[in-house]
Design a protein around this ligand. Structure first.
Ligand code: AMP
Length: 215
């Protein structure tokens, strides 16, 4: 199963990819997570990436191609993968198609997580991670019990640095200008499935799996 997940920041790509990864035993490849790991490692590249990510802009296509081609050649990606956050530009989509051609592993489908703008804003501004468990939470949508479970155990609810209002605005603009055209790109190639990604995580997951099964 080789899947691209499309959708605006906050559309739930990461959450849904993690569920599918656990069920189907194929890796979620999140370029955002990979870049955040480079930032945390403090490498020279990580320091440069941090400036771009803090502004909500995109890391260059050349660099992203290097990162993704290395990652897709790892053994755990042999039986499939869920790409979360890549491609983000038409050039990246073309690069990915070339890469998968070379590996003789064409993409099965691109799934668009479709959510209204006001829901995205709440999801992004409210998003937190529990410092103890890594669990993704949201101050608007998670139950008080779930939030308390983290803090009562001594954890902190951490906000991503790029989840502040100014950066979020730019990330959404960048999405509209550079990534949204990929919806047509995959539609024209007969590879697009659209999922209504508004609703509970479980409901969206059911729709997500139906979309994959129909592809
Ligand atoms: P994400 O966690 O997917 O929202 O990504 C966080 C940030 O990492 C983005 O706002 C970009 O700055 C950078 N990033 C992640 N994936 C890509 C990509 N495919 N191309 C360029 N920049 C990316």
């Amino acid at each position: 199963m080789r899947i691209v997940l499309l959708g605006a920041p906050g559309s739930g790509k990461g959450t849904q990819a993690k569920l599918l990864m656990a069920e189907k035993n194929i890796p979620q490849i999140s370029t955002g997570d990979m870049l955040r790991a480079a930032v945390a490692a403090g490498s020279r590249f990580g320091q440069q990436a941090k400036v771009i990510m803090d502004a909500g802009d995109l890391v260059s296509d050349d660099i992203m191609l290097g990162i993704i081609s290395e990652r897709l050649s790892e053994q755990d990606a042999e039986n499939g993968f869920i790409l979360d956050g890549f491609p983000r530009t038409e050039q990246q989509a073309l690069d990915l198609a070339d890469l998968l051609d070379q590996l003789d592993k064409p993409l099965d489908t691109a799934v668009l997580m479709d959510v209204d703008f006001d829901v995205l804003m709440k999801r992004l501004t409210g998003r937190r991670t529990c410092s103890l468990t890594g669990k993704l939470l949201n101050i608007y949508f998670s139950s008080q019990g779930e939030l308390d479970e983290c803090t009562n155990a001594g954890g902190e609810l951490i906000q991503r640095e790029d989840d502040n209002e100014e950066t979020i605005k730019n990330r959404l603009n960048v999405y509209r200008e550079q990534t949204e055209p990929l919806i047509d790109y995959y539609r024209k190639r007969g590879k697009l499935q659209t999922v209504n990604a508004d609703g509970s995580i479980d409901d969206v997951y059911d729709r997500f799996k139906n979309a994959i099964a129909a592809s």
